[in-house]
Design a protein around this ligand. Structure first.
Ligand code: 13P
Length: 253
């Protein structure tokens, strides 16, 4: 069975004390998970060390960074390199989140560079893709996401692409309370898998976990996660409340 993943993205929220408390509550209230189920907590950079130490006793938990720089090192004041993340034993990194694309003007090509650096430093990228409302309204979402995938991922070898986690996050559903329907999610996830299969073959496509993100909450997670091509979620707002996030984790297949 493909890995089923409940990932949280805390974005720029909390402070160290509140983050510690939230993680502690999640860890002490989460039910025992199966071997194929995983929780990945994407925390702000200053909390990585604390979070890494805290999850050490639960083998189903991992920590992720929310971003990394697209150059290896150098005069980029304020940026964080993949080598820095690797050196503190972070194993995952969100790459290409729509907020990075929108506010920091990240391009598909830059995201490809980040993916390469992540893989070179043994970080598994959580690659975000997804269309905005005008693309969805013009029914162009399938082609839009295909271009995102091909421009950022399709230079990778078969072995490399297997290390990627894909998160489909339609921008119109992020932080809006307007979740995509289970049917819309399944259709896009099936499309993503088909696009990968066309390039890398079905065996590879069937190994890749594809998460859904966009207003996932305690009430809708289970229905969405149950879709055939959905392998869990990437959760923003609802992951800031321990009780809600634990309920979401419990919705994994
Ligand atoms: P929300 O769950 O708050 O809609 O955010 C989704 C997201 O952007 C996760 O990366």
């Amino acid at each position: 069975m493909r890995k089923q993943i409940a990932a949280s993205n805390w974005k720029m929220n909390l402070n160290l004390q509140k983050a510690d408390e939230l993680l502690q509550t999640v860890l002490t209230t989460v039910p025992k998970l199966k071997a194929h189920q995983q929780v990945i907590i994407a925390v702000p950079f200053p909390f990585l060390q604390m979070a890494k130490e805290k999850i050490a006793t639960n083998s189903n938990f991992e920590i992720a960074a929310q971003n990394c720089h697209h150059k290896k090192s150098g005069a980029f004041t304020g940026e964080i390199s993949t080598e820095m993340l690797q050196s503190i034993c972070v194993n995952y990194c969100i790459v290409g989140h729509s907020e990075r694309r929108e506010y920091f003007l990240e391009t598909n090509n830059q995201i490809a560079e980040k993916i390469n650096l992540c893989l070179a430093d043994q970080l598994a990228p959580i690659f975000c893709c997804g269309e905005n409302l005008s693309v969805r309204d013009s029914e162009n979402q399938n082609n839009f996401v295909k271009v995102q995938l091909s421009e950022s991922l399709f230079h990778l070898s078969e072995d490399e692409i297997k290390k990627i986690i894909i998160a489909y996050e339609p921008i119109w559903a992020i932080g809006t309370g307007k979740t995509a329907t289970a049917n819309q999610v399944q259709q896009m996830h099936a499309h993503i898998r088909t696009v990968i299969a066309e390039k890398y073959g079905e065996v590879v496509a069937n190994e890749i976990s594809i998460l859904y993100g966009g207003s996932v909450n305690a009430a809708n997670a289970k229905e969405i996660f149950n879709c055939q091509d959905v392998d869990g979620g990437l959760v923003g707002g609802a992951s800031l409340k321990a009780v809600d996030f634990v309920e979401i984790i419990s919705g994994l297949k």
